[in-house]
Every structure is written in structure tokens, then in C-alpha cells.
Ligand binder design. Structure first.
Ligand SMILES: [Cu+2]
Length: 514
């Protein structure tokens, strides 16, 4: 049974309803009473919430994902994919899980480490595999190779070497299944987790000693028209901070289809990295737009005492649907004595990235070639195309020479958001809908705006295919996983000038079945 209703955030803790003598029926009618009750329970700060949205009941304290860290240069982990029950507030559904958990382990490694991940497929009826999203690692063999299919009852041993020197730097990444046609269902079911390359404090020494918080955002299967949004597998968790305290927040949309705009009333974020790529200097943001796959690392400062709602901001995604109403997805509680070593905003914004930045090289590189990638779909949206074709796992759509930097224009003919994601390398966004953009950091996933009456949606990016570790065959696609599964994915092969195309080695090695 679910208490998600069209216009309200989930009303979850039964105990408050019990205290109020309200049964589980008639909850919508009781919402106003509940909000007043929260005001009584939590004091004047809660008025902020009550004024915002009804039925925004704070849940439990935000939990930390369990972690598996590398030891002596190796991260050993086993991920077992299997069905399992998921309960999110009052919403329960049959999930597809890693190690039985909707919040599987956060993997933490360092540059130069090797990930040794055993993937066991205990799903009864579908293949799966693992993708290491955002990592500049090899796409071949038993590394980050999405052409591996691990069938039910089989297991596969991934060995992913993170170069000590190269394009890959410290930052926030994630892992999820990428078996073509299966990704959406599996990620919606719960199969995705965080992946961190440690060392961000070497880029921004101010991070040293700060409390680190993860906000791993997921969109479970819809309950009718209602879309629950979970953070670390929790509905509307409470995040504690002291007034004036700095914390290091790491937000990742590791969901399947979700595009969200979010904000915290009265609390800006000082963004230091996007998709694991540092900014030259922090940027103040009062609103974030995160499509599935995108991440933000940010410093925050504890606001004055009180409660602050993290809410979604309605926006037009699909032209044929009314925007989803705002919902509260977390509650920030600022309380306790004012932090003694408080840092003013100006000091955060005055930080400068230590060391060279890949973005400078990308910005100044000569463009070796331009390409156009056009997104479209059938009118009933059961098939999605790139350049009029659906994904063909045995083909190659683009061949790129290692060392080249290219400019790709993604054109969106559909009246809904898509996104552009490419494996193994980040890119620089230079233009959105024909308007020049000055980006302070690289991305690996970025929304492609919908077509409107004003014209087609366009995104222009500059992609460096310059790291020798990425030689091989890999994919680019829309990261709304349902679109990707329904065809909106293409294959690029990066070839070094010395070698000819090696389809055998890159494409068909390492199948998980005998
Ligand atoms: Cu899409």
C-alpha cells in the first residue's frame, strides 16, 4: 500500500499519525493537521516548511552509504545482483538489488588502484553487467566493457585499472548495469551505487577535515503517476549541520530516468566539481539541474538555526505533460552552537584549484573533426534513434583517431529532455540552444534541451579523445535509461594511428558465458 498521492510528498512516519490519533485512511485530509503538528513538535523553524508544502514530514537522519575501500592498491568487492523487496517510506516494491540493498556499498579507491569486482548474476531471467560511469579507464576485455553480458547464474571478474597518471582524477563517480535493453529496469529496481576516487582535498585543501555527506538520488519505479525520489534509500531524510559549519556534500543522480531541478531555500551550494571534474574556482549555485548520471561536489555552510527544505523545482520536461509538482526530498536542520571556526562565503569562493586542469587543455585544443548526433523517436515513443538508427551492438557508428579533439553537436528533435553521455572521457559544453556557454569544469553527462516551437534543441560539446587508456570500442547515449534501452545509443571506436581497427579484441572479448 502506498501513501504517495499526486500532489504531496510521501507521508511516512506512522508514529506521528498515531500520536495524532489519525488512522492510515484519510491521510490527505489530515495533512494540514500534520503540518500544524510538526510546527508544534519542531518549533518556529518549522514554519518555513509549513509555509512551503503540505505534508512534508521529515524522516530519519540521513544515513551514510556503507563503504568498501581499497587496501594496498586493490579494491576487492563482490556485487551480487538479485531480486529483493524494497521499502521506501510507505512505498514498497519488488526491487532488483546489489547485495540485497537499495543502497549498495560505496566503492572508494585512489588513483593507481585496481578495482577487482566480482559480479554475480542471481537475477532469474536477464543478463546484466557493470559500467564504471565517468571513469577514464580501458573499455576493453574485463575492464569497463559494456559489451560483456553476464547471464543468469554466471559470474564475471572485472579488473579495472585506474591510471596513476592520466586524465582520471579524484572525484565522484558511480556504477550501474549497462546490458543493452536491461539497464532501465535494473537501475529503477535499485541497481546503482557510488564510486569515489579519493584525493579531492589535494585539489581543494579546504576540504580537509570537513564532514563528507553523500546524497545518492534515485527514482524508483513509478507508483501510478507518482514518482518517489529517494536519497540514500530514504524519503525526506533529515540532514544535520551546525550554524556556520562547512560540510562537503556530494550529490549524485544515480537514478534511471530522472531529470530534477532542486534547491534549498535559504542555503546556497558552492560547487567545486561537476561529474568528478574540478572547477578552477568554486561557483555559487542556488539551484541545481541534475539529469540521471550527473554529479555535483559542493561545499555548504550551515545557515542560521532553523529548518530548510531541499525541494524539487517544477520545470517543463515532456511538452505533453504538466510539470511534476514540487516535492520535498530532504530537510536540512541547522542547530547547535555556532561553529567557532566559521568560514565566510568569500573565503570559499576565493579558493583556486591546485595544479593543472584538463579543461584548459580541452579549451585550447584544435578541433580535428566535427560530427552531428541527432536524437529522435517514433511518435508513440517506443523506439528512440540516433541519426535515424537504433543501437547495434555489433556495429561501429563513429571511428575516432586517438589524440584528436572533436566537436559534436547533439540535436534534439523530440519535445522532451534527453541527455548526452559518453563513456571513458569527459567533455566541455560550449553551447546550449545556440547560446555560448562559459563552463568552469568538464562533464560526462549533460541535458539536451527539448525541441520547442522556437526550434530544435541543441547541445555543442568538445570531446578530447586523447587519453591512450580509452582506445577501444565504447558507447555514447542518452542517459534517460529507458531511451537508451529503446535504441538511443551509438558506438564509437577510438583507434590509435599505429593499429588498425581491432574489433575482435575490443568488442567481443570477455563474454560472461562459456
Ligand atoms: Cu533520452
Amino acid at each position: 500500500m502506498s501513501c504517495l498521492s499526486k500532489n504531496s510528498a510521501p507521508v511516512s512516519p506512522d508514529r506521528r499519525l498515531f500520536l495524532l490519533g489519525i488512522g492510515r485512511t484519510g491521510i490527505a485530509a489530515a495533512a494540514a493537521h500534520v503540518v500544524r503538528a510538526i510546527g508544534t513538535i519542531l518549533g518556529p523553524g518549522a514554519a518555513l516548511l509549513a509555509a512551503g508544502r503540505a505534508a512534508a514530514q521529515p524522516g530519519d537522519l540521513l544515513i551514510r552509504p556503507p563503504e568498501i575501500r581499497s587496501k594496498n592498491g586493490v579494491l576487492d568487492a563482490t556485487l551480487t545482483a538479485a531480486p529483493g523487496r524494497v521499502t521506501l517510506g510507505d512505498f514498497a516494491f519488488p526491487g532488483l538489488l546489489y547485495n540485497g540493498s537499495y543502497l549498495p556499498p560505496l566503492l572508494r579507491a585512489r588513483l593507481g588502484d585496481t578495482l577487482r569486482i566480482t559480479l554475480k548474476n542471481d537475477l532469474p531471467d536477464q543478463p546484466t553487467n557493470l559500467h564504471y560511469h565517468g571513469m577514464s579507464v580501458s573499455p576493453q576485455g574485463n575492464s569497463d566493457n559494456v559489451f560483456v553480458h553476464v547471464h543468469p547464474g554466471q559470474q564475471f571478474d572485472y579488473v579495472v585499472r585506474i591510471p596513476a597518471n592520466g586524465r582520471q582524477g579524484p572525484g565522484l563517480f558511480w556504477y550501474h548495469p549497462h546490458a543493452h535493453g536491461m539497464a532501465d529496469k535494473q537501475v529503477l529496481g535499485g541497481m546503482s551505487g557510488g564510486l569515489v576516487v579519493d584525493g579531492s582535498e589535494q585539489l581543494f585543501p579546504m576540504l580537509q577535515g570537513l564532514q563528507e555527506r553523500f546524497f545518492l538520488i534515485k527514482d524508483p519505479y513509478k507508483d501510478g503517476d507518482n514518482q518517489a525520489i529517494a536519497i540514500n534509500g530514504q524519503i525526506n531524510p533529515v540532514v544535520q549541520i551546525r550554524p556556520g559549519e562547512m560540510q562537503f556534500w556530494r550529490l549524485a543522480n544515480i537514478g534511471a530516468e530522472l531529470f530534477i531541478k532542486l534547491r534549498i531555500e535559504g542555503m546556497p551550494l558552492y560547487v567545486i566539481a561537476t561529474d568528478g571534474h574540478p572547477l578552477r574556482q568554486p561557483r555559487k549555485a542556488t539551484q541545481l539541474f541534475l539529469g540521471a548520471g550527473q554529479r555535483i561536489d559542493a561545499i555548504v555552510i550551515g545557515p542560521p538555526p532553523g529548518e530548510f527544505a531541499m525541494t524539487t523545482v517544477p520545470f517543463q520536461n515532456e511538452a505533453w505533460k504538466t510539470p511534476a509538482p514540487s516535492q520535498q526530498i530532504a530537510t536540512i536542520v541547522s542547530a547547535g552552537p555556532h561553529f567557532s571556526r566559521s568560514t565566510p562565503e568569500a573565503k570559499i569562493l576565493a579558493q583556486r584549484l591546485l595544479g593543472p586542469a584538463w579543461i584548459d587543455e580541452v579549451r585550447s585544443a584544435a578541433i580535428a573533426r566535427v560530427r552531428t548526433v541527432e536524437y529522435s523517436s517514433t511518435p508513440n515513443r517506443d523506439t528512440f534513434f540516433i541519426n535515424g538508427r537504433v543501437m547495434d551492438e555489433n556495429g561501429i557508428d563513429q571511428t575516432v583517431l586517438l589524440g584528436d579533439t572533436e566537436e559534436w553537436t547533439i540535436i534534439n528533435r523530440d519535445q522532451q529532455y534527453h541527455s548526452f553521455h559518453i563513456h571513458q572521457t569527459a567533455f566541455l559544453v560550449t553551447e546550449v540552444n545556440g547560446v555560448r556557454r562559459s563552463e568552469g569544469s568538464l562533464r560526462d553527462t549533460f541535458p539536451v534541451p527539448p525541441a520547442t516551437d522556437a526550434g530544435l534543441g541543441t547541445l555543442k560539446v568538445v570531446i578530447p579523445f586523447t587519453d591512450p587508456v580509452i582506445v577501444g570500442r565504447f558507447v555514447y547515449h542518452c542517459h534517460a535509461a529507458d531511451h537508451e534501452d529503446k535504441g538511443m545509443m551509438g558506438i564509437v571506436e577510438v583507434v590509435s594511428s599505429q593499429s588498425t581497427t581491432n574489433r575482435q579484441g575490443a568488442g567481443h572479448a570477455g563474454h560472461g558465458h562459456p
